[in-house]
Design a protein. Structure first.
Length: 259
C-alpha cells in the first residue's frame, strides 16, 4: 500500500485500487488531494505492470461529495494539476481502463470523476447529481460535456438544469451506470469487471479504448473507421498480436505480455 495522506493506493497483481480517504467530509476533494491524485495516475499510467484501476471512496456514505466547499470558504486554494479534478477529468492520454466503484453520494465533482472513468459500478445506495447551479456554479470538470455524450440529450439536460439527484437504479436505466449491486459488494463487483478485462490483451484493451474515444471525435463514421490510432498500431506490432491467435490455435489460455 502506498503512503498518501488523502488516498489509499493498493496494488493487487495488475490492478491498482485507489480509495479516496476523507470520509469525515464525505470524501470531498481539496487542492492537496487533487495533486495526490495527479501523482497516483501518473504512476499508474507509466507503470507497465499495472493494467487497470478502480476508484472508490472510504466508508459507505459517499464515493465523493465533490469540491470541498468548506476548505474553499476557509481560504483554501482551488489550484489543481493540469490533469483536472482528481487528476483524471482533464486527463485525455490515459489508455488504460479505469472503473468507478460508487458507494453512496457522487455529487458534482464526484459524479464527474465517475463520468471520466470507463465503467461505473454503483451500490444500491449510490446517488448521482450535478448540483452546481444550485450554488451558482457549473459542472466545469467535464460533467456538462460527458453526460450528454453518454445518455440522451434531453435526459442529460434534465439532470444538468435541475441539479436533481438520481438514484443508482435510474442511472442504470439512463445508461451511465453499468451495474447496480448490494451496498457491501460494490468493490468486489468492480473487481469482477476488472477480472474480465484482465483476461483480454492489455494492448487490445488500450487500442480499443483509444479508438473508441478518439473515433467519437471524428466527423463521420467513415473517418472514424479509417483513422490510424497509435495504440492500434502498437497492438499490431506487439507480441500480444501474435500470442492471441497462437494460444487460440493451441487451445490454451494466452500469456499476455502487454508489449
Amino acid at each position: 500500500m502506498s503512503d498518501y495522506q488523502y488516498l489509499k493506493v493498493e496494488r493487487e497483481d495488475k490492478l491498482t485500487l485507489i480509495t479516496i480517504n476523507r470520509p469525515e467530509v464525505y470524501n470531498a476533494l481539496h487542492s492537496p488531494a487533487h495533486f495526490e491524485f495527479d501523482e497516483v495516475f501518473n504512476n499508474f499510467r507509466d507503470d507497465p505492470d499495472q493494467w487497470i484501476a478502480i476508484i472508490t471512496g472510504a466508508g459507505d456514505k459517499a464515493f465523493c461529495a465533490g469540491n470541498d466547499l468548506k476548505y474553499q470558504a476557509g481560504g483554501g486554494t482551488r489550484k489543481r494539476a493540469p490533469s483536472g479534478f482528481a487528476g483524471i477529468t482533464s486527463r485525455f492520454d490515459l489508455d488504460k481502463p479505469v472503473i468507478a466503484a460508487v458507494n453512496g453520494f457522487a455529487m458534482g465533482g464526484g459524479f464527474e470523476i465517475a463520468l471520466a472513468c470507463d465503467l461505473i459500478i454503483a451500490s444500491e445506495n449510490a446517488v448521482f447529481a450535478l448540483p452546481e447551479p444550485r450554488v451558482g456554479l457549473t459542472a466545469g470538470a467535464g460533467g456538462m460535456h460527458r453526460l450528454p455524450r453518454m445518455i440522451p440529450a434531453k435526459q442529460a439536460m434534465g439532470m444538468i438544469l435541475t441539479g436533481r439527484r438520481v438514484p443508482a437504479a435510474e442511472g442504470l436505466s439512463l445508461g451511465f451506470v453499468n451495474e447496480v449491486v448490494p451496498q457491501d459488494d460494490v468493490v468486489n463487483a468492480a473487481k469482477r469487471w476488472a477480472g474480465q478485462i484482465l483476461e483480454c490483451s492489455p494492448m487490445s484493451i488500450r487500442a480499443s479504448k483509444q479508438s473508441v474515444y478518439r473515433g467519437m471525435d471524428e466527423p463521420s463514421l467513415e473517418q472514424a473507421i479509417t483513422t490510424e490510432y497509435p495504440a492500434r498500431t502498437a497492438l499490431n506490432e506487439s507480441e500480444d498480436f501474435i500470442e492471441g491467435p497462437k494460444a487460440f490455435a493451441e487451445k490454451r489460455p494466452p500469456k499476455w505480455k502487454g508489449m
